[in-house]
Write a protein that binds this ligand. Structure first.
Ligand code: 3PY
Ligand code: MG
Length: 265
């Protein structure tokens, strides 16, 4: 089956950069796969992307070496089952609050005797004849820490066998800390919580990651010791690029010369 290049990098302590795909659009996935990125993550927690659209996104990058991660809606095995059976090479589980939830997520992603995943992955078995042999090893389990309750229990969460990455969701974390939202959050309470996760990861030998807003933030996070970083999302990057483009044109003298009502269409 397809090797999970992102998981290999992380296991060797090499930082791995990806992005979130919130559009659920196969052409966006194809385009990102050619950008030098290590992986893409299809956002199925806070979007309307359904399973059919998800599989089209997977097909769009099947011919490349880019692994597809999927952020599911929660740690319930009934939610994880159909996504992992659709062929995801990484599962991102939001809002894991304790070791039990982390174990539940790992169990849903790994076949017995390691975990409790049910047998019968239709699509992966159709495209990878050796899927059953390698699935446990290639699938990357990323659990998210984004609640102050999870920060308090971080040592026990880090000790759950089979967790490949512990990943911080900065905005939900800010919300539960009752501090202003923001990706590169500089509020002292937020900095403290992020540092607690980073240090626990170092202590227990578990790779850590955090959602970054910009490449500059990703560089700083790598310097701190984080290894699994998405930079923004397809829709955020598209909006940012077009806002800048439109602003440049609107701010230029061409605009005021060529537009009678002061607007640029
Ligand atoms: C958050 O910031 O809450 C996230 O879930 C980012 O992925
Ligand atoms: Mg979140």
């Amino acid at each position: 089956m397809k090797k999970n290049i992102a998981k290999q990098k992380i296991k060797n302590g090499i930082p791995s950069i990806g992005t979130w795909v919130s559009s659920g659009n196969p052409l966006v996935c194809e385009t990102l796969a050619g950008s030098g990125i290590d992986w893409i993550n299809i956002e199925c927690e806070h979007s309307s992307i359904d399973l059919g659209e998800l599989v089209h996104c997977m097909r769009a990058v099947e011919h490349t070496n880019i692994p597809v991660f999927v952020r599911v809606a929660g740690s319930d095995p009934l939610i994880i089952k159909r996504v992992v059976d659709s062929g995801a090479l990484g599962i991102v589980v939001p809002d894991v609050k304790n070791a039990e939830e982390a174990k539940r997520a790992v169990d849903a992603c790994r076949y017995p005797p390691v975990g409790k995943r049910g047998i019968g992955a239709t699509r992966p078995n159709a495209i990878y004849p050796d899927y059953m042999k390698h699935a446990n090893e290639e699938i990357c389990v990323v659990i998210m820490i984004e609640d102050i309750e999870a920060i308090k229990k971080i040592d026990s969460i880090m000790q759950v066998p089979g967790v490949d990455v512990v990943f911080i969701g900065p905005n939900d974390l800010a919300a539960t800390l009752n501090v202003p939202l923001g990706m590169d959050n500089q509020h002292p309470k937020h900095l403290d919580a992020v540092n607690t996760v980073l240090e626990a990861g170092k202590k227990h030998g578990v790779p850590t990651g955090i959602h970054c807003g910009t490449p500059e933030e990703a560089i700083r996070r790598i310097e701190q010791g984080f290894v699994w970083m998405p930079i923004a999302s397809d829709v955020a990057l598209m909006r940012g690029a077009f806002s800048n483009a439109i602003k440049k044109v609107n701010d230029s003298s061409v605009k005021s010369e060529s537009s009678s009502d002061g607007k640029f269409y």
